[in-house]
Design a protein around this ligand. Structure first.
Ligand SMILES: [Zn+2]
Length: 203
């Protein structure tokens, strides 16, 4: 942080620093949030602190799909109303939020927690691919939808998965190209995402 703007107290400085560590929050926004909370009622600060601790203490990963959940297995994996013959593969839990928002997909999910990226040293063993392959062993899945991001890492990961999965006799599809290349799924709008799911193609 800029040395010229050290605030008056250590507590204030500390909070600015913590906000500044968050993605998308620069020094200016960190200061704005800190001074906002200084003026806000203590109750509001308490609610924020509780919410922060809760996500760390109560939230875990589903042992089947690796989505974030407060009960294991998660509600989607346990639901009788979901189609258990379809699994949609995503990179991050927040991608599920985007896909669920469209209400068009009713199957299950699998969160890889990353994408294969040789340049960043992320290999197939570093993401949840082994766990995915285990899920596909019992023959109950007919279709795997590859919904990795439409960027270089996402495409590499999709190609790798297709090579592993298609020999099992499972239909492998990829989201339609309506999504602009280089974007991330979580930022796609509902209409584009709905079209991408409906227009999914054989890999
Ligand atoms: Zn689950």
């Amino acid at each position: 942080m800029n040395q010229g703007i050290i605030p008056t107290t250590e507590a204030v400085y500390k909070l600015i620093q913590e906000f500044n560590k968050l993605p998308g929050i620069g020094p200016k926004s960190a200061q704005r949030l800190t001074y906002y909370l200084l003026r806000a009622p203590e109750e509001q600060a308490k609610l924020l602190a509780d919410a922060l601790l809760s996500v760390k203490q109560k939230v875990m990963l589903c042992s089947i799909c690796f989505n974030v959940t407060e009960s294991n297995p998660c509600r989607i994996c346990l639901s009788d109303e979901r189609d258990h013959s379809q699994i949609c593969i995503v990179e991050q839990p927040q991608d599920i939020l985007a896909l669920e928002h469209t209400r068009i997909y009713n199957g299950l999910y699998h969160v890889l927690h990353g994408a294969i990226s040789p340049t960043e040293g992320v290999g197939a063993d570093d993401i949840r691919i082994k766990e995915l392959m285990n899920r596909l062993q019992d023959g109950s899945v007919n279709e795997v939808i590859l919904a990795t991001n439409p960027n270089l890492e996402g495409e590499q990961t999709a190609m790798y998965l297709n090579k592993l999965i298609s020999p099992l006799g499972i239909r492998v599809t990829r989201l339609a190209r309506g999504l602009p290349f280089g974007t991330e799924l979580e930022y796609a709008d509902d209409v584009t995402l709905t079209r991408a799911i409906e227009g999914r193609q054989e890999f």
